[in-house]
Design a protein around this ligand. Structure first.
Ligand code: ZN
Ligand code: ZN
Length: 410
């Protein structure tokens, strides 16, 4: 390990602890980490203890064991899912613990496995975690999702690089995307979240009635509910302290009205979902609902996703990201939503964040639905931005304001 790699890895671990979850003195931290990224996990634990964590509980995860089950276990045994980690984390949220999840997986891990079993496990897991996901999405505690370079993922991102260099290349890309390669990443993030705060303040002030998207294969109008709230950068946990839920993050986002999507939207980057790549796809909406879909690759997986439940045929998030964001400028396709969504304007199939409606986290399910917020077990982002996308904000009186031109803020 070179001295510069050491420095960046330490920077990154400290960034996740101080700006990501922003650990509070005396707080417990639940750290989910792939075994292949153990070196990062240990440094995160170091940083967490140095900055006041009372206890770091590590939940190690392993792609190889996940794959082993699909490859070796009998189909009739798939009526169970692993619950030990979920139970610990559910208990942790109830107690006010911080959550840091390092997600790094082979994007094609399950591509040759029985899609029905893959979908079944996905669904059972979503159901098991539903109440927990809702409280995390409502920012009951400080939480952060980040990533780490691992072999199978690095091979997919840098197939041309020599085998011995792929993981190092992916680490460099992660450090650049998260600004962990700078001398003072904490200061850089303070500036960046201030910029995002100014952007969301403008959009909140304007309260557009709808957004109109035009680009190659895309002509889509998305209604925005009354009292929608644009978010981005930092979130506030129930204790009133800031944290950054995704590292990296470049987006400002809110929710579209569940019944007001009209037209067709084309993907501009592949989507890795349930261990399968869905590529070159489009969705057509009427009255907010998917009424048609096409995909060059993974159409079956896309259809299963849209058919997860009633709400998975509708949209739950709309996010604006300039095409010139650092991740987009790198030109790297990460096959990982955490990074790719920050390279591109995107929307999400499925559940809306109640916090994107004024007072939404206090509303009943019925009130949320009536206000236009979508509900689903699923929440899956896909990318629609490019240097050819234009977006206009439409006021209720029909006035149109350019928001983005050729993928950049107008
Ligand atoms: Zn997003
Ligand atoms: Zn999302």
């Amino acid at each position: 390990m070179s001295a510069s790699f050491e420095r960046k890895l330490n920077n990154y671990a400290e960034l996740l602890v101080r700006k990501g979850v922003n650990i509070r003195p005396g707080q417990r931290l639940h750290l989910t980490c792939p075994v292949e990224a153990a070196e990062l996990g240990r440094r995160v634990a170091d940083a967490a203890y140095r900055f006041g964590a009372k206890l770091v509980e590590v939940h190690w995860v392993d792609d190889a064991v996940t794959l082993s089950r699909f490859a070796n276990a009998k189909a009739e045994t798939f009526d169970e899912i692993p619950t030990a980690r979920a139970d610990a984390v559910i208990k942790g949220v109830a107690r006010g613990d911080a959550l840091l999840a390092i997600h790094a997986a082979d994007p094609s891990l399950l591509k040759d496995q029985n899609p029905e079993l893959v979908a079944k496990v996905q669904r059972m897991t979503q159901e098991y975690l539903q109440a927990y996901s809702a409280s995390v999405m409502a920012n009951k505690v400080n939480w952060c999702v980040a990533s780490a370079a691992i072999g199978a993922w690095a091979r997919q991102v840098f197939p041309e690089a020599p085998a011995g260099e792929q993981v190092a290349r992916l680490w460099d890309a992660i450090f650049a995307a998260t600004r962990a390669d700078l001398d003072d990443p904490i200061a850089a993030w303070n500036q960046h979240v201030a910029d995002l705060a100014a952007r969301r303040a403008y959009l909140n002030e304007r309260q557009f009635d709808a957004l109109r998207y035009t680009g190659p294969g895309t002509d889509l109008t998305l209604g925005l509910p009354r009292n929608h709230v644009w978010m981005g950068g930092t979130g506030l946990a129930a204790d009133g302290e800031e944290f950054i839920a995704n590292l990296p993050t470049e987006e400002v986002f809110t929710l579209p009205h569940r019944e007001r999507a009209e037209g067709t939207v084309a993907s501009t980057r592949p989507l890795s979902y349930a261990g399968t790549l869905i590529d070159d796809f489009s969705l057509t909406f009427a009255g907010g609902k998917v009424v048609g879909l096409k995909a060059r690759d993974g159409e079956d997986t896309l259809r299963r996703l849209v058919e997860t439940d009633e709400g998975s045929a509708r949209l739950g998030e709309v996010a604006l990201v300039p095409h010139g964001s650092p991740i987009s400028a790198s030109g790297i396709l990460f096959y990982n939503t955490l990074f790719d969504e920050n390279a591109s304007c995107h929307v999400a199939i499925g559940k809306a964040y109640p916090k994107c409606l004024d007072g939404g986290t206090e509303m009943s399910a019925g009130d949320l639905k009536a206000a236009g917020a979508n509900h689903s077990l699923a929440h899956v982002d896909f990318m629609i931005g490019s240097d050819q996308l234009d977006i206009d904000g439409l006021s209720a009186d029909g006035q149109s304001t350019p928001l983005m031109r050729a993928g950049e803020w107008a």
